[in-house]
Design a protein. Sequence first.
Lengths: 232, 180
Amino acid sequence: MSTHSEKSAPLLAARGLTKTHGRTPALRGASVELHAGEILAVTGASGSGKSTLLHCLAGIVRPDEGSVVYGGTRLDRLPEKRLSELRRTDFGVVFQFGQLIPELTALDNVALPLLLAGASRGEAHRRAGEWLERFGVLGQKELRPGEMSGGQAQRVSLARALVTGPKVVFADEPTGALDSLSGEQVMSALVHTAREARTAVLLITHDAQVAAYADREVQLRDGAVVPLGVAA
Amino acid sequence: MIGMSTRHILLGLLAGGPSHGYDLKRRHDERFPQARPLAYGQVYTTLQRLVRDGLAEVEGTDSDGGPERTMYRSTDDGARELAGWAAEIAPPAPFVTNEIFAKVVVSILSGGDPAAYLREQRAAHMARMRELTSVKTAPNTDLATVLSADYALNHLDADLRWMNTTAARLTTLTAEVDAS
């Protein structure tokens, strides 16, 4: 269990976020902090604002009000071009359904972010292979997403999210579409690898058994954080 | 006899061959890693009762270089009793006798703050689930430990889901208890 001193500045901090989709308020003053290397679970019922919070923190969506600060920079005020560059270099994202490119093999899917960042094909493939191995799916490197099991595809997605050496991985219900044993393999692989690489993880889940892999939990209800715990 | 019983667990451990009290206690604690450890006193009392009821008998003594220890073995009646118990369907939770449930109801009855209690109980459950998850996922964990952690995690998870639903229902529940 890692603990974080009150004094150390968070790597990523959201304060008083509000966001309304049409007329539906998704976030109503949510605040959350993520420290370097920390694995944080954000839990809550469907509609509690979990995914919107993730989108705001990852710079995918801009909040209506409030601030998102990453390493001293206000993400919510960053021009789109710099924001998308930062997302590519510092953030990795995994969704419930891996969003792998169906026409590409596992190896090419994982190599893609490196190629986009300017790596040579040989270098990209070498590093992609290393990450597939870490996630125990090197044997599937020539398979396309449709030819893999859900758990294997999700481990390939994790490899793709981590291959660029991000500081933060955002995982939105990464085990949501998996049976419990495959989910366990995916979570073990994610947590083990993130700790080894000292990558912070923001994990969205409605499943307490998945949240239990994290160092800490923040619970959302009606778009705001529920105060948790005894004298935390 | 229905329910988790030390006598059946001991009969189960004796099914593999004769054994003495100390060894039975050690094997019990290994097989049921997250269970409350058996007290020696309980092991010896239970063995004596098994002998009295004809389900086990004294095989002899074994000193093994140390103090003399009484060896016990299961009888045919013991094997039949064990098989019957193991195949018997456990009644799916006929009564709700859970402390958390009782505390929430009592808290409502006495004008307490059940929502605050539930938040803190939930945090304690999550902390225990994190502990069990790290036990389960540690390198080279044996199967008995994984199974036992899984069992505990699933039950804590069930409590937690009930606590989440209850927290959401509290307004209605309070009104019902007040009206009765």
